[in-house]
Design a protein around this ligand. Structure first.
Ligand SMILES: *Cc1c(COP(=O)(O)O)cnc(C)c1O
Length: 392
């Protein structure tokens, strides 16, 4: 018997549960229409909110960075991987976020894993929203601090947890997503900051879906709520609205000094490549120059949501361009997604265990790159499939 027999059993298990899948292949760039498995479809499933992943200005700066700095950095940041281009990006991001300092990581996931682990120790407590992103959960698991969870966005439950635990610990860190990615709802940051002040806690907001989307020119959820200077750690990603790859934490200078010594992804994993840094600098500059991109995103989102409501779909309570189309039953959700694909529209179905059982939905990701024709074609497909499957 092969030593890997257990692996066959595991994969068989996936198949039996009906959750085994093949990865779709995109034969081209992440644009409004993509060549998915060689078929052109409208792309309603990317995080490229502003279309910057394929913007000529952004691509040009990636090319120039490769010409000047090469393809790779050759080392972790603490040895020779800390190119001046990366220092420039961190300064620019700090200015954009209106915070003292920024530390960049290779991805948003990396940033959470490296930062959470470094900023709390044994004797501290992490208090986490029940629906926080997987990378927060992983960062929390790696930390030596104790952990506890409060009910999703339930501020009474958060206060109960703080009341019961505050005196037992040295530092207490409240962590929340800024925008929750499955429903598009916002964290109640005003109340979280009030409670953090009342109970003397640190605050940490992962704004991966808020950066480039909410606030002035996409400065994020903290800007949206007018809370500059009141959140201790603001995490953002460069992989979604910014259109490239990478993650960062905006914070105080003293935190940056500590992270440069203790954040393990900076110590043990090679620095971001020049192409990504050059491209990101341009994306951020474009956001600082103009609200054109965020405005187009929101115009598209408002248009699509209004039409979906008119058609009679339940689109949840999103406060962002993330548009969940609630179907409920898991099998029906996946069937809806397959039918849309046949009609030339790609929207991924999201079901248990990613979301609670019975709350299957299609998650439509609207972007500034969509034309009115894209949106109208997609709406037509939704209407046809929705009627055929008796959802509307
Ligand atoms: C997408 C996401 C991340 C991961 O960002 P990457 O840059 O893709 O690694 C982290 N946190 C949240 C809340 C996210 O939605």
């Amino acid at each position: 018997m092969s030593k890997l027999e257990y692996m066959h059993d595991l994969v068989e298990g996936l198949k039996k549960d009906g959750v085994y899948r093949e990865l779709p292949i995109n034969y081209g760039p992440c644009a409004n229409r993509i060549m998915l498995n060689h078929k052109e479809v409208i792309n309603l499933s990317s995080n490229n909110y502003l279309g910057l992943a394929t913007h000529p200005r952004v691509k040009q700066k990636a090319i120039e960075a490769v010409e000047k700095y090469g393809a790779g950095t050759g080392s972790v940041r603490t040895i020779v991987g800390n190119q001046d281009l990366l220092e420039e990006l961190e300064e620019l991001l700090a200015k954009f976020k209106e915070e003292e300092a920024v530390v960049c990581f290779q991805s948003g996931l990396n940033c959470n894993i490296g930062t959470i682990q470094a900023i709390v120790q044994k004797g501290d407590l992490i208090v986490s929203d029940a629906l926080n992103h997987a990378s927060i959960i992983d960062g929390t698991r790696l930390s030596k601090a104790d952990k506890t969870v409060y009910k999703h966005s339930d501020m009474e439950d958060l206060e109960r947890v703080l009341k019961e635990n505050r005196d037992t610990y040295k530092n207490v860190l409240i962590i929340t997503d800024g925008v929750f990615s499955m429903d598009g709802d916002l964290a109640n940051l005003l109340e979280i900051v009030r409670l953090a002040n009342k109970y003397d806690c640190l605050t940490y907001v992962d704004d991966a879906h808020g950066s480039g989307v909410l606030g002035r020119s996409g400065r994020g959820t903290v800007d949206h709520f007018g809370l500059h200077g009141q959140i201790d750690f603001i995490v953002g990603t460069l992989s979604k609205a910014i259109g490239v790859v990478g993650g960062y934490v905006a914070t105080k200078k003293i935190v940056k000094e500590w992270l440069l010594h203790r954040a393990r992804p900076l110590l043990f994993s090679t620095a971001l490549p020049p192409a990504a840094i050059g491209a990101t600098i341009e994306s951020v500059k474009m956001l600082m120059e103009s609200e054109e991109y965020t405005k187009k995103l929101w115009d598209n989102a408002r248009y699509f949501k209004a039409k979906m409501k008119e058609l009679g779909f339940d689109i949840g309570h999103s406060a962002t361009p993330i548009t969940p189309v609630m179907i409920g039953n898991e099998a029906k959700t996946m069937e809806f997604s397959r039918e849309l694909l046949k009609a030339g529209v790609f929207v991924s179905g999201i079901v248990f265990p990613t979301v609670p059982i019975g709350t299957g939905r299609l998650r439509v990701m609207i972007s500034a790159m969509h034309t009115k024709e894209d949106l109208d074609n997609a709406l037509e497909a939704f209407a046809t499939v929705g009627k055929k499957m008796q959802i509307i």
